[in-house]
Design a protein around this ligand. Structure first.
Ligand code: FAD
Length: 458
């Protein structure tokens, strides 16, 4: 156990800010802003990125994995789950980092000025961000972290491998910030009879365009944003699309307005060898393809913590505030685990907090106090009947979470316009799934946002 001690950091708070040598794993939005905050705080940072460019999930890859449902651990891996037509599900004003507004760039034809732009525009924004803050120079591209393990003195050994199975390097860091994303490992529901079902199955991680669904009868499982988008895109060319959602009442069986071939159902009860899928109300369809839009699993294959940090039913823990494992804090931390939240600004708050703690500017509670907090959090989820795999869904208290982090960092919380815009966008998505990106009535909020942005852009 001694290798896992956090004694290195448990010195009394000093007035001198400490500068740590920090490894950041991943150069997506989380890793980029983590690197920026760590450097602002005076730490020495290296960002490891296994891809050939930064941007993480926003680097669209037309290729798909060799196993369309992602169960084979030896499959060829594709990181991003972006599909070709994807436009953001948040308006750019609310989506961007707080002090680097995601504003439209005029006069560049490659840019998409819309408020809900295509994925490429987000990638360009992230590249601009990395360039602006000098992060690109500290990213080691095509370098995969294959092991993070405890080293003497509460430090971490980081083993990385460059592309093509080339050089393997071992280095020692004071701290590791894990920013590897969590939209790559498909999560599949358990369906009775699925092992003998003869049709095709694919997870949305491997969905790129609707072409393979032409004239097919498709059952799409899920009801989150991707499911809403993809079902409608496929319905344009498929014979029939049946959406099965576990959050709908058993008797649901409704044709969707504006479509002849798109239905909404309750969840699937089971499937049969003859190709039929039976919904909870007893109705059934004989389908060609099941498309799972059922989310993703947290996955940290490189992380060795002697089982101090585990992933159990998609709950990573124990973690204080979804970030620090109490027994390894603050030398090990995670950015980006919570979901159902505006991701980029949350990454920014989480990263500021981590950076300030690593320098001793901000104090963490003791290990025991953090553990007590974690236990209290889990028992509150249990009391509310929230399943374990919803541990990092912060929907019920998302603004509270960001506000709490901001207060810890001593910086202002969310702007009022951002809160309202975020809530309005979500409501609009469910009210008008076809048009929510282009028909918004929040001009007063846009004006306020741009007023705020002048603090950063002039
Ligand atoms: P990622 O972007 O996934 O980046 C992680 C990086 O870590 C990757 O570059 C990966 O290559 C690297 N990595 C992983 N393992 C290793 C390793 N062992 N060694 C080295 N590098 C490694 N958010 C929004 O705000 N608005 C949206 O409209 C929106 N739409 C989305 C649509 C889809 C289909 C998906 C999947 C997500 C969407 N999101 C959206 C959420 C999005 O995931 C987050 O906004 C954010 O981009 C995640 O950033 P990240 O840095 O946490 O992870």
């Amino acid at each position: 156990m001694s290798g896992y001690s956090n004694s290195f950091f448990h010195k009394p708070q000093s007035h001198h800010l400490a500068s740590r040598h920090v490894a950041v794993i991943g150069a997506g939005a989380a890793g980029l802003v983590a690197a920026r905050e760590l450097r602002r705080e005076g730490h020495k940072v290296i960002v490891f990125e296994r891809g050939d460019q930064l941007g993480g999930t926003w680097v669209y890859n037309p290729n798909v994995e060799s196993d369309p449902i992602g169960v084979n651990p030896n499959r060829t891996l594709v990181h991003s789950s972006m599909y070709e037509s994807l436009r953001t599900n948040l308006p750019r004003e609310a989506m961007g980092f707080r002090d680097y507004p995601f504003v439209a760039k005029k006069g560049d034809e490659e840019r998409d000025p819309r408020r809900f732009p295509v994925h490429r525009e987000v990638l360009m924004y992230l590249k601009d961000f990395a360039g602006e803050f000098g992060i690109s120079e500290i990213v080691r591209l095509e370098t995969e972290v294959v092991l993070v393990d405890a080293a003497a003195g509460g430090k971490w050994k980081v083993k990385s491998r460059s592309k093509g199975g080339g050089d393997v390097e071992d280095e020692i860091y004071d701290a590791v910030v894990v920013c590897c994303g969590h939209h790559t490992e498909p999560r599949l529901p358990q369906i009775q009879g699925i092992n003998t079902w003869k049709g095709k199955q694919i997870h949305s991680h491997n969905y790129r365009t609707p072409a393979p669904f032409q004239n097919q009868i498709v059952v799409l499982i899920g009801s989150a944003t991707s499911a809403i988008d993809i079902s409608r895109e496929i319905a344009r060319i498929a014979k029939e699309v049946h959406i099965a959602s576990r959050s709908l009442p058993d008797e649901t069986n409704e044709k969707q307005p504006g479509y002849d071939n798109l239905w909404l159902h309750s969840m699937i009860k089971g499937v049969h060898e003859d190709g039929s899928l039976v919904f909870r109300d007893g109705s059934f369809v004989v389908a060609d393809i099941i498309l799972y839009c059922t989310g993703y699993k947290y996955h940290f294959p490189f992380l060795k913590t002697n089982d101090i940090v585990t992933v159990d039913d998609n709950c990573v823990g124990p973690l204080y505030k979804h970030i620090f494992p109490p027994a390894l804090a603050p030398s090990l931390s995670f950015v980006g685990l919570p979901w159902m939240i505006a991701p980029f600004p949350m990454f920014e708050f989480q990263s500021k907090w981590i950076a300030g703690i690593l320098s001793n500017r901000i104090a963490l509670p003791s290990q025991e106090e953090m553990m007590e907090d974690v236990k209290a959090f889990h028992s509150s989820l249990e009391t509310l009947g929230i399943p374990k795999h919803y541990t990092h869904n912060v929907f019920g208290y998302k603004l509270g979470y960001d506000e709490w982090l901001a207060a810890q960092c001593g910086c202002p919380g969310f702007e009022e316009w951002r809160k309202q815009m975020y809530v309005a966008a979500l409501e609009n998505l469910h009210k008008q799934p076809e048009t929510y990106r282009d028909e918004l009535e929040d001009h007063h909020l846009v004006l306020q946002a741009h007023q705020d942005f002048t603090n950063y852009t002039v």
